[in-house]
Design a protein. Structure first.
Lengths: 331, 333
């Protein structure tokens, strides 16, 4: 990576303890396991993978909203440099202002009893970022305009808005504190294609305009292909491949990435039956298989895969892959 | 190919606190046995309501239009669905000949009864199987949809299954009565692409194997392209375009269909801009006059669009669009 990353996970693990039986060790979920990842300032970084692969957990850990069990996350925006594992109370408060989450579900995320103005203003008030009501109003109006919300509507309640407008309200709320880093977790998943296109265009415009850095979590690879500059693919808590978007989509190296791409339904009716099918389902993270975590479904697994876990290694410029066989399969 | 269902002039309104709203407006289509029809459209366009109408499953506040005619062609002859009044009469369509896979998978299974008991119960109601036969058929069906260790899964509860497995169990239950028509309402929307691909394959196999007809509801045009023979596009309660999957996706005729396709991110050209359809879908309380799409249409051709409801014009054999662009009779007016 040429530029210094804005945020970097270093051998990050997030483990959740489960309430276990009385006898034996307490079971735990390795939701994120030994993940290292660098996100450059101004990047729109995509994170993909099947349900339960650990995307949300990784995103939350980078916001210090999930426990960091091992490793660390380093944040450096030029003004402050933090090790998220060792944040003091004051620093954490400051970090909350610099790193924000856009929720998945615009319906659940917005309180029905607050006006749009109050919803957007809340982070400013909670964090004490403004000195007067007039200043708060000014900031809210500014960000509402950026998010293409009608300022006349700020006095209304969110139920009066369509899905796309509500998503714009949650975006405005996430941006009002002037963050540098945004985690957008399935922010367009619940939207119709047309509204989705509109919200994606808005996010890109805002990112360029305000110089933001995004971690964009999605299970929709077509969306990621269109908006992200880099992509990381997760499977069972591990990163299996990371690359610039174009590289990943034109030359995936990991069998899982290949399978994911191949499973996307093509718009061409004559492509039927061409998809390479992935059998079975993602194993549960409480009981992961030995060796490569993908070996139970991998069409090209060999004996070594069942014993030894592959590590992420370089497969080209900014391209990393964790598979024992990528070299022989792709040379 | 034998005809399975004819839907003619289906109109459905709901009485609500805010007034009477039109959810489905004069919708007509047909489906043959052994075919898959895709029904697409944005949220709120009336897809689920249309599907439920075929089994008269809509709630009490639903008012069907008087010209609505739904004919189901069964082995024993045609059934006029609208004329069916009580539960006894409805038996012929509900659970027996038509099966519905609901949009929300959890809603289809009672949480406190095992999957197997629910499958058996359904078979006992709709078939003349004995209890042991019903169990045998149920386990066989679970096996058919690709659930491994079906006799173990049989005694599990819905919450114990993963999303993909629950979806398959639901399909198994819907198919166990060997319906003639399967209505699948967003059966893959909540699933990962990998599991979605498995479920799509399964549904296609079933059409081949049992010769059933499927109405496949989704808002995902990619899924439609990979499954359907024919497509019907819905907007604000009206069908706006119908045709073969190739015609509709490769040569979309209605401006709304074109808009949907332009907004869709595809992997063929990842640099192509995503072009949203301008504006928001109107509330069903404020349905536009004339063409329902006229308030957002990029190809608006004048007052005709906001004054007169366009009828279907034929574009090609088996391909039709309801749009004034193609309305020759309109030109003459
Ligand atoms: N608070 C928690 N306690 C225990 N386990 C958890 C917790 N949060 C997440 N997990 C588990 O960690 C794993 C990863 O979950 P996560 O929500 O990060 O996945 P995801 O990739 O975001 O999935 P989805 O696409 O469904 O949102 C899952 O097995 C999940 O059940
Ligand atoms: N029981 C009801 N009472 C009143 N209005 C209803 C009722 N059921 C549905 N509607 C309305 O009918 C219209 C069509 O709804 P429907 O659920 O068929 O849409 P849909 O196309 O299936 O959307 P989605 O993609 O979100 O599932 C909507 O405006 C909806 O609010
Ligand atoms: S390491 Fe082995 S099992 Fe894992 S993806 Fe590569 S080939 Fe498949
Ligand atoms: Mg998640
Ligand atoms: Mg629906």
């Amino acid at each position: 990576m040429s530029r210094k990353p804005l945020i970097a996970a270093q051998n990050l693990s997030v483990h959740y303890r489960l309430r276990g039986g009385l006898i034996g060790p307490i079971p735990f979920v390795r939701a994120v396991e030994n993940v290292s990842l660098e996100i450059a300032p101004g990047s729109f970084f995509g994170l993909v993978g099947e349900s339960g692969s650990g995307k949300t957990t990784l995103g939350r850990a980078m916001l210090r909203a999930a426990p960091i069990s091992q490793g660390d996350v380093l944040f450096d925006d030029g003004e402050v440099a933090y090790s998220l594992k060792n944040l003091g109370k004051k620093e954490l408060k400051d970090y909350r202002k610099r790193a924000q989450l856009i929720f998945q579900d615009p319906y659940a995320a917005l309180s029905p009893r607050m006006t749009v103005r109050d919803i957007i203003a809340e982070p400013l008030e909670v964090m004490g970022l403004t000195k007067s009501r007039a200043e708060t109003d000014e900031r809210v109006r500014e960000i509402a305009v950026k998010c293409r919300l009608n300022v006349e509507h700020l006095r209304r309640f969110p139920h009066a808005f369509s899905g796309g407008q509500r998503q714009r309200i949650s975006i405005a709320r996430a941006l009002v504190s002037g963050p540098k880093f945004i985690v957008a977790d399935e922010s367009v998943a619940a939207l119709d294609v047309s509204i989705q296109a509109d919200v994606l265009n808005l996010l890109k415009a805002i990112q360029e305009d305000m110089g933001l850095t995004f971690l964009f979590i999605s299970h929709d690879l077509s969306v990621v292909a269109h908006v992200c500059d880099h992509v990381a693919v997760m499977y069972l808590g591990r990163l299996v491949e990371t690359a610039p978007t174009r590289t990943l989509f034109s030359g995936p190296r990991h069998p899982y990435t290949k399978a994911l791409l191949s499973a996307i339904p093509s718009l061409d009716p004559d492509d039927r039956g061409k998809a390479q099918k992935l059998e079975g389902e993602i194993p549960t993270p409480t009981n992961p298989p030995p060796g490569c975590k993908f070996q139970t479904r991998c069409p090209v697994a060999i004996e070594r895969c069942r014993i030894e876990e592959p590590v992420l290694e370089s497969a080209g410029t900014e391209h990393n892959v964790a598979c024992h066989r990528w070299k022989e399969l792709f040379s | 190919m034998s005809r399975l269902i004819d839907v003619e002039n289906l109109t459905l309104q709901f009485d609500t606190d805010e007034g009477r709203i039109t959810a489905v407006d004069d919708v007509s289509f047909s489906l043959d046995a052994g075919k898959i029809m895709g029904l697409v459209g944005e949220s709120g366009s009336g897809k689920s309501v249309t599907a439920k109408s075929l089994m008269k499953l809509n709630p009490r506040n639903a008012v069907y239009g008087e010209n609505t005619k739904i004919t189901l062609h069964l082995d024993d002859g045609p059934v006029d669905v609208m004329s069916l009044q009580n539960d006894h009469e409805m038996k012929v369509v509900r659970g027996g000949s038509i099966s519905l896979i609901f949009q929300e998978p959890m809603a289809s299974f009672a949480p406190a009864i095992s999957i197997g008991d629910q499958m058996i119960e359904q078979l006992l109601i709709h078939t003349s199987f004995s209890k042991s036969q019903a169990k045998e058929v149920s386990i066989e069906m679970l096996d058919r949809v690709g659930i491994s260790d079906p006799s173990m899964r049989f005694s599990q509860y819905a919450f114990e299954l993963s999303g993909g497995m629950r979806q398959r169990a639901m399909i198994a239950m819907a198919l166990s009565t060997k319906p003639k028509l399967l209505i699948a309402d967003e059966p893959t929307t909540a699933l990962d692409v990998t599991i979605q691909a498995q479920v799509i394959d399964l549904m296609k196999d079933l059409v081949t194997e049992f010769g059933m007809g499927i109405i496949f509801i989704t808002h995902d045009l990619g899924v439609i392209a990979q499954t359907a023979d024919n497509v019907a596009v819905m907007y604000l309660g009206r069908l706006v375009e119908q045709g073969t999957v190739r015609d509709v996706i490769r040569s979309p005729a209605h401006p709304y269909t074109r808009g949907l396709l332009a907004a869709l991110p595809t992997l063929d050209d990842i640099d192509a801009p995503l072009t949203p359809i301008p504006g928001d879908i109107p509330s069903p309380l404020e349905r536009p006059s004339g063409c329902v799409y006229n308030t957002r249409c990029q190809e608006f051709i004048g007052p005709r669009c906001s004054a007169k409801v366009p009828v279907f014009s034929q574009i090609d054999a088996g391909h039709a669009a309801a749009c004034h662009l193609y309305d020759r009779a309109g030109d003459a007016e």
